[in-house]
Design a protein around this ligand. Structure first.
Ligand SMILES: [Zn+2]
Length: 356
């Protein structure tokens, strides 16, 4: 851990975070942001979720489709929907060719114990590699590819159900916006993804059999409904055109500290020992963390743990200790991945724009 970096005295965000500033007490601008006025209560959110789920139950062969990776959040989303509402669920898994052993085992366990059908799509390697190569060269990252293709896959599935049957199942993700969205240093946004695709790559994308061009255009026109808040006009419009698409963590207290244990005890889900427990579903995640650290002097874990401090779910001392788990050194898989893409380390654009 770089001890000479100035950090917020409340959370652990460093001075290298773009556009951060500190007040006289050394508290960062993220910690001093005003809180939303009158946010909906837990009970109100649960009532909203009940209403949404009820309106989808028993309408088609599946009540809900859940984007499943085998990681903690998506597994918990499926587990909760089954336990709380006993829904008929289709899990949709995006296989980028780098799923970890833990993720693959968990997918089987989750589906077998909860009684979930699983649809896995593994896009052609040449297609994915073209996209990874493009984003590494242009922007110095590659995670935006899977972040967005997974959602476009679920959206395309729902779009086709709507067209075929006049009804689409509830689409559910386990993306914890609160902890995972990183203003200024994120690569999750769909606008970012499409803004940086060439026209040729866009054509190649919509030509993929698992992608529906009309669904893609709806996502583009609505500026990525999954990143909007629960009651937004964008989400309503997406519902009208395709299906209701929710991130389950927006509706529930998302207990990051106990979720892994609950899943382990109830369905035998497992995570690698001795790690930070985030995003072990993809074997390439250490590369993302390393590239982010090299570019901004901070990892996604640092940002997430800073939010957890603000939420009272982690102490600052614990967060500082957990920094020992950060991927600050180049992971072995980095050179292997670049070799596979036929790129050299110099081809990766260290100055590329991330986020927006
Ligand atoms: Zn702070």
């Amino acid at each position: 851990m770089a001890e000479d970096v100035k950090r917020c005295t409340r959370c652990i965000l460093p001075e290298t975070y773009p556009d951060i500033h500190f007040n006289e007490q050394g508290v960062c601008s993220f910690c001093s942001e005003p809180q939303a006025e009158n946010p909906p209560s837990e009970k109100e959110l649960k009532n909203t979720l009940d209403t949404i789920v009820r309106s989808h139950k028993g309408k088609g062969k599946y009540d809900a489709v859940v984007g499943l990776s085998g990681g903690k959040d998506s597994t918990y989303a499926a587990y909760y929907l089954k336990k709380e509402y006993n829904l008929r669920i289709l899990g949709i898994n995006f296989d980028n060719g780098y799923r970890s052993e833990y993720a693959i085992n968990n997918l089987e366990i989750v589906c077998d114990t909860l009684g979930i059908d699983l649809l896995t799509i593994r896009p052609k390697k040449a297609f994915l590699n073209t996209l990874y190569r493009h984003f590494l060269r242009r922007n110095g990252e590659f995670c935006s590819v899977c972040n967005n293709l997974g959602y476009l896959l679920v959206g395309s599935f729902c779009f086709n159900q709507q067209r075929l049957h006049g009804y689409a199942p509830l689409a559910v993700g386990g993306w914890t916006k609160k902890y995972e969205y990183q203003p200024g240093v994120s690569v999750t946004s769909m606008q970012y993804f499409f803004n940086h695709l060439t026209p040729e790559l866009f054509e190649e994308l919509v030509a993929q059999p698992f992608i529906e061009e009309d669904a893609v255009r709806i996502f583009m026109q609505l500026n990525d409904p999954r990143q909007t808040h629960t009651y937004s006009a964008t989400q309503r419009e997406f519902k009208r055109l395709v299906s209701t698409f929710i991130q389950l963590p927006d509706y529930l207290p998302w207990d990051l500290n106990n979720m892994a244990q609950i899943l382990a005890d109830t369905i035998g889900w497992r995570q690698p020992p001795n790690g930070h427990g985030s995003h072990f579903d993809c074997a390439l995640f250490p590369i993302k963390e390393f590239l982010k650290y090299r570019k901004y002097g901070l990892t996604q874990e640092t940002i997430k743990n800073s939010v957890m401090i603000r939420e009272g779910l982690m102490t600052r001392d614990d967060a500082l200790k957990r920094m020992a788990l950060d991927q600050t050194e180049e992971p072995d898989v980095y050179r292997k991945f670049l070799n596979e893409l036929r790129l050299s380390v110099d081809d990766v654009n260290g100055d590329g724009e991330w986020s927006r």
